[in-house]
Design a protein around this ligand. Sequence first.
Ligand SMILES: NC(=O)CC[C@H](N)C(=O)O
Length: 271
Amino acid sequence: MSTSPKVCVLRAPGTNCDIETAHAFDLCGAESTRIHLLKLLEKPAQLNDYQILCLPGGFSYGDDVGAGIIFASHLQGQLGEVIGNFLAADKLVLGICNGFQVLLKSGILPGGAASWPPKADQPRDATLTWNNNGKYTSLWVNLGVLAKENVFLKDIDQIELPIAHAEGRIAVSDPSVIENWQANSQIAMCYRETGEAETTIQEEILPYPVNPNGSACNIAALGDPSGRVLGLMPHPERYLFATQHPQWTRLGLEGEGAGIQLFRNAVNYFA
Ligand SMILES: NC(=O)CC[C@H](N)C(=O)O
């Protein structure tokens, strides 16, 4: 296999983080192409040429009818077959912020290949919905990693990253949904206080701004059971350089930002 994986950064009308996301992968040695969803719909088989599919952040279709829903309907519909092949192969899928919303609302998460294509008569048991504060919220958060076997999160225990969203609160239909995720190591990252030694899954919702949106069990990111799919609300592509951290001078940070590690882990998977 090539040591330089090809990344499809799939953008839709309203996507606004595709350039920096492609740049993040390229800095780590990947070969990224930004592809418009309408171009992929013309020839879905193009997707077979890529090893990594990344859905970047933004406001696809203006977040109309709910963030990510229209983009997700294209993945389920015309692209259902190529997405199924992609998930079944030894390939990686990353969804950042709006991309995470699309992954969850299409049904790519939480099940991955095992539950694709989603059954039309099966209601989703989890979603990303409005922040508890009812506002678009943009700030830096501290995250603890739980799913250490997720490809993207290798060697990361905790990380600071920025969030910027209005619909970032994980809500589930029943507590058993979270128990299931826990049993399959799918709870990938949780919001947590800075400086805590260990991350645990807590039912108690940590107060704003530690948990900025009121997500159930403080969940910020989910993976599929295989560990090859990750969806996260924070933006690792906005922390590629130390100077992007709001306190880089005070903390004396230099060089890379911690967010780049997620992209490097993905690229190294194909080394
Ligand atoms: N930064 C983003 O990707 C925005 C996410 C989404 N459209 C929201 O506001 O909920």
